[in-house]
Structures are given as structure tokens and as C-alpha cells.
Write a protein that binds this ligand. Structure first.
Ligand code: H2U
Ligand code: ZN
Length: 338
């Protein structure tokens, strides 16, 4: 019954992962852990709370829902220095970009799984409209959330970031190439085909409704990694209609509640959206999707490190994606704090 070591291929990233299920011999025993105290609704020292002053001295408005502002320490600037260099060994190109910070809620202590459906919908609306606005100017709009100190997040106030750039970054370029290749080889959209196959199989599904599907992908490298897929063709966030956005809010809410309930903690992760770059004229091969990469492995404090073999050879996991999905399905869809 137990599977032996094998490799699985990730056709979206063109990478392999080594799966060693026999290394997890002991059966899963739910971690009994006292939840950490809930953070306060307002922290006078937080630079993202309503009414507080940021590092630059600027004061945040008394916002009620989401709050979007230009990053005070942007990784890219609207103007570039124009310097270029290209030799066989040394290449450099200039970059232009724009970086925004998006506060998900005025409440310092409420992250996505604890927001109402309407609260999550506001975040999604902001993601869609900001992507649409920046996409008129830039080639790529990268939305992401770094959650939890384990992921290097500097502030617990629920927030994400949006970095728009005049170039298409590596991860997106690779996905563009792989989806394009699949489309030209098979005339099928890779991720649309995958969503259908995964909904049919069911064993890696964690959250599902008519429009959206969350799975621990067959080739996941993080223990509880998620690939969030639309079950209809759509290339970019701004193309979602109202019904699709409502379905998405419910899916994200349930997924993040299940994450929090797994180890009864505010589940850390890096998540982000991938959609067709805005300089792609042809998008039939593209399918919008989100990745969630959580670091936790066995408890609120035991994480997986991507070191050693992962750094020098390829990703490796012990827990199978099927087992991880089963664990996420087994926990309640009501948040442990409610
Ligand atoms: P992270 O915690 O995900 O790193 O995000 C915090 C972002 O907020 C970070 O990019 C910005 C930082 O530059 N920031 C401001 O724009 N203004 C501030 O006063 C503090 C932090
Ligand atoms: Zn705050």
C-alpha cells in the first residue's frame, strides 16, 4: 500500500520533485497546541493601522475596508537610469516599475481567513482593479502576500503587495513558455485540462465549488502547497466577472480557514497570482491561477527547509500531496477562533 520513492514532473515550471513517502512512517496525530493569543484590533506601533504614521511621516487615513498606497521603499522606480550592458558574461538591463502596498483590513488582528466574505471580496476587487490599471502601463503585474514572520513578513497587519514591472520576471516567463508549449503540442489549455482532471480524480482537491478548485498539486514541493484554479477559461484577474469573484472569495476564505485550522495557528505562507503578461497579444494558452507556498510541515513550529538536496539537486518531499490534501479536507471549515 505504501508508495516507494519516485519523482513527479511539474509541467508548469518544467521541474521535478523527489517524493519519498516511506520517510513518513508514523501515522498523523493531530498536534495539541494552545492557540497563541489573538493580536489586538489596533496596534499603536503598527505602520499599517488606520490613523497611524508610516516611516515617512505620512499618516494613514481612517480606512474602513482595504487601503492601497504606494510602497515607501519601492523595489523598482517609475524611471530607470537607462544603463545597459551586454557581453557574454555580464548582462544588465534597466528596469522600470511601480510598487503598491494593499492593507486587507483596518483590523490589525484579522487576516484573510477571519474576514467576512464581503471583506475578502474587497481584497479581490482591489487586486483586479489595480492589476487592470497597472497592466495598461507595465508588462507584468505581480500580486503577492507574505504572511507570518516565518516567511520574513515585517508586519503582522494583514497586507499584501503589488509589484508591476516593464519586464516579465523569470517565474512568469517560465510558465508562459510551458503553457505555450502545451498548447501548441496538444491544442489544450494546460491548467484548464488539469482542473478538469483533478476535479474528476478528487484525491488532491481541498476546496471546490462550481467555479474554482484548490488542489495540492501532484508535483507540489512544499508540504501543504496549493494551486488555486478557475474551472473556466480566464487569462487575467481583471477579466473575472462578479459571480466569479464571489466564488473566489468563498474559495480563498475556506482554503485559508482550513490552513489555520490544520495546526491551530495563523498559517504562514507566500501566495501570489499568475496571469498572462500584458505584453502577450495571444493568451489562449494562459490560465489565471494562484500559488500558495506554506512552509509548515508538522506543527505550528516545525517547518520544512528547502536546503541541502533541494538547493543542490531538486525539491524533495516526504508527505505525499494526496495525504496533505486529505489532512486539509479533514479539518473544519469553521475557523478555530470562532
Ligand atoms: P512585508 O511585510 O510583506 O515586507 O511588507 C511591508 C511593506 O510595507 C514593505 O515592502 C512597506 C515596506 O517597504 N512599508 C511602507 O511602504 N511604509 C512604511 O512606513 C513601512 C513599510
Ligand atoms: Zn496594524
Amino acid at each position: 500500500m505504501s508508495e516507494g520513492p519516485h519523482r513527479r514532473y511539474n509541467p508548469l515550471a518544467d521541474k521535478w520533485v523527489l517524493v519519498s513517502p516511506h520517510r513518513i512512517l508514523r501515522p498523523w496525530q493531530g498536534e495539541e497546541q494552545e492557540p497563541e493569543p489573538a493580536p489586538p484590533a489596533h496596534d499603536p506601533d503598527c505602520y499599517l493601522c488606520p490613523g497611524n504614521t508610516r516611516v515617512t511621516g505620512e499618516k494613514n487615513p481612517d480606512f474602513a475596508g482595504v487601503h492601497l498606497f504606494p510602497n515607501d521603499f519601492p523595489a523598482m522606480l517609475k524611471e530607470s537610469d537607462g544603463a545597459r550592458r551586454k557581453t557574454a558574461l555580464f548582462q544588465r538591463e534597466d528596469v522600470r516599475g511601480e510598487c503598491q502596498v494593499l492593507c486587507f483590513s483596518p483590523d490589525h488582528g484579522k487576516s484573510l481567513p477571519q474576514l467576512s466574505l464581503a471583506g475578502v471580496s474587497q481584497v479581490i476587487d482591489a487586486w483586479c482593479s489595480e492589476t487592470g490599471r497597472l497592466g495598461q502601463v507595465f508588462s507584468n503585474v505581480q500580486i503577492f502576500e507574505n504572511k507570518g514572520s516565518m516567511m520574513g513578513c515585517s508586519n503582522p497587519h494583514p497586507h499584501g503587495q503589488i509589484w508591476a514591472s516593464d519586464h516579465v520576471p523569470d517565474e512568469v516567463r517560465a510558465e508562459d513558455n510551458m503553457q505555450e508549449k502545451h498548447y501548441s503540442d496538444t491544442k489544450q489549455n494546460l491548467l484548464l485540462e488539469l482542473a478538469e482532471a483533478e476535479a474528476e480524480a478528487g484525491e488532491r482537491v481541498t476546496v471546490e465549488n462550481d467555479q474554482w478548485l484548490a488542489i495540492v498539486p501532484y508535483w507540489a514541493s512544499w508540504p501543504f502547497e496549493t494551486l488555486l484554479l478557475p474551472r473556466f477559461p480566464v487569462a487575467r484577474l481583471p477579466e473575472l466577472d462578479e459571480q466569479q469573484k464571489i466564488g473566489l472569495a468563498a474559495t480563498i476564505r475556506e482554503l485559508t480557514i482550513r490552513y489555520d485550522n490544520l495546526f491551530r495557528c495563523s498559517f504562514p505562507y507566500s501566495m501570489g497570482w499568475h496571469g498572462a503578461p500584458f505584453d502577450n497579444a495571444e493568451t489562449s494558452h494562459w490560465q489565471l491561477h494562484a500559488h500558495f507556498y506554506p512552509p509548515l510541515l508538522r506543527s505550528a513550529s516545525v517547518r520544512k527547509f528547502m536546503v541541502g538536496y533541494e538547493m543542490l539537486a531538486e525539491a524533495q518531499r516526504d508527505l505525499t500531496p494526496e495525504h496533505a490534501a486529505e489532512m486539509l479536507r479533514a479539518v473544519s471549515d469553521v475557523h478555530y477562533r470562532d
